[in-house]
Every structure is written in structure tokens, then in C-alpha cells.
Write a protein that binds this ligand. Structure first.
Ligand code: KIV
Length: 266
């Protein structure tokens, strides 16, 4: 039987040159499926706000909503490491709030680590949270909670911006992060950061040279047609399959084909 994945296991994977697989999940059935598929890390992402709740951005997501998703994922008993994403404004108002909110994800949600968006600007928070033994995955580059500052979901770190992203990478590692998500940056910059850092880099729209990769489960299964970024690879097209099943059910109930005796009690 597969053993539970731990933080030291993830660090060892980088040292051994093994690539780290990460997918999001927000509920019990998907957590079971994703875990059975063998991922190393389940990220309960605040992308739930977009692909699950239907918001345009991740900004409206609350602590209570994230706790609800983390608990549902944990009920699946995943062997993968469970990382809880910290929603906008849960860590931005100071170290005390950040420690309290990250602590809630561990204590009330059952997460084994948290993810915090931000680089040098959030290093003090990452240091404080890590120092109370809550493992932190950092997230730099295209950080969706910074959508208004960035003026949209735009690739970060091109040309003269590259130095700032490299500084962010060093800052989060130095602050104690156990891993860092590199989102929406040029592949060459991601390769450079991955070679420089001792902690694993997890790429999303950051090319093939990161130590691991993460994607949103709804994107790889074709369940989120609203928007599909260039970096997504669709591994299944489930939306038409689900629609066909629903249409068949509706037709069969209407024409009396379902339910039959087979589905009835005597
Ligand atoms: O919220 C999320 O799902 C994420 C990943 C896409 C990195 O932050």
C-alpha cells in the first residue's frame, strides 16, 4: 500500500531528481480520484473560487470556504500531501492574522501545509508561519490574487522583471518555504530558478524544467470551458460526456424508460 507523502519526501524528490506531481482538488470524490491516480501533492487551491464557485477571480474566496474544501478533501484520506491555499486577505494583514489563519487550515481543516502567494513582499509572513512549524509552499510570478496590480493574468518576469522574480525566489527560500510555485514566467527563467534553489519548484505555465508541475483538475478534464490558458493540457473532455448522460436521463424520465422494475422496491 502507498505510504503517506510527507514534507521530507517532497524535499528528497528534488535531491533525487524525481519530478513532483501536483493537482488541485476541492471535494471528496475528486480527492479520491486524484489520489488514486498517484499524485504526490493535492493542492486545495483558491482556484475553487473560479472553477467550483463560478467567480471571475479568486479574490472573493473566504477562509470558511477554503476550510470547507480542505475538510472535504481530507475526508478522502489521501496519501498525497494536502496543501491548503491561503485565500486573499487571510495573510496580508499581518503576521498574527497569518499565523492564526494558517493554523486554522492545519488544526480545523487537517491540511499538512499551506500555500501563500507573494515573494519578497510576503517573506516576513512566510518566515513567521514556517517558524511555528507550519510548512509553507510559496507562490511567485503570476500570482492570481495580484490580478489588479498586474492588469490581468499576464506572463511575469520577462526582460528587466526577471531579476525581481529571481529575488522573490531567493527571498521565499530564505524565509523557510519548503517549495515554491512558479506561475506564468518564461521557461528559461524558471529553469534558472530551479537550478539555483535548493527547495523544489512547482511550475504552472513555467516550462518543462521545474522540479514539479501543477494544474487545475477542472482544466485537465475539460470541465472549465470559461477560459483555457496556453499552458493547460486537456487529458480528457468530460463536459460533453456529462451533458450526454444528463440529456439521456432527462429523456428517459420523460418517456417513462426510467425507472423500471429493476430500480424499484417490491
Ligand atoms: O489556486 C490554485 O489552484 C493555484 C494553482 C493553480 C497553483 O494556486
Amino acid at each position: 500500500m502507498k505510504k503517506k507523502t510527507t514534507i521530507p519526501d517532497i524535499l528528497k524528490m528534488k535531491q533525487n531528481g524525481q519530478r513532483i506531481t501536483v493537482l488541485t482538488a476541492y471535494d471528496y470524490p475528486f480527492a479520491r480520484l486524484v489520489d488514486d491516480g498517484g499524485v504526490d501533492i493535492i493542492l486545495v487551491g483558491d482556484s475553487a473560487g473560479v472553477v467550483f464557485a463560478g467567480h471571475d477571480t479568486t479574490l472573493p474566496v473566504t477562509m470558511d470556504e477554503m476550510l470547507y474544501h480542505v475538510r472535504a478533501v481530507k475526508r478522502a484520506g489521501p496519501k498525497a500531501l494536502v496543501v491548503a491555499d491561503m485565500p486573499f486577505m487571510s495573510c496580508q494583514t499581518g503576521i498574527e492574522d497569518a499565523c492564526r489563519n494558517c493554523g486554522r487550515m492545519i488544526k480545523e481543516g487537517g491540511a499538512e501545509a499551506v500555500k501563500i502567494e507573494g515573494g519578497s513582499n510576503m517573506a516576513h509572513v512566510i518566515r513567521a508561519v514556517s517558524s511555528i512549524d507550519i510548512p509553507v509552499m510559496a507562490h511567485i510570478g503570476l500570482t492570481p490574487q495580484s490580478v489588479h496590480r498586474m492588469g490581468g493574468y499576464k506572463v511575469q518576469g520577462r526582460n528587466e522583471q526577471a531579476e525581481r522574480i529571481m529575488d522573490d525566489a531567493y527571498a521565499v527560500q530564505h524565509a523557510g518555504a519548503f517549495a515554491v510555485v512558479l506561475e506564468g514566467i518564461p521557461a528559461s527563467l524558471a529553469a534558472e530558478i530551479s537550478a539555483e534553489l535548493s527547495i523544489p519548484t512547482i511550475g504552472i505555465g513555467a516550462g518543462p524544467s521545474c522540479d514539479g508541475q501543477v494544474l487545475v483538475i477542472h482544466d485537465i478534464l475539460g470541465l472549465c470551458e470559461k477560459y483555457s490558458p496556453k499552458f493547460v493540457k486537456r487529458y480528457a473532455d468530460l463536459a460533453p460526456i456529462i451533458s450526454a448522460a444528463v440529456e439521456q436521463y432527462v429523456a428517459e424520465v420523460r418517456n417513462g424508460e426510467f425507472p423500471t422494475e429493476e430500480h424499484s422496491f417490491s
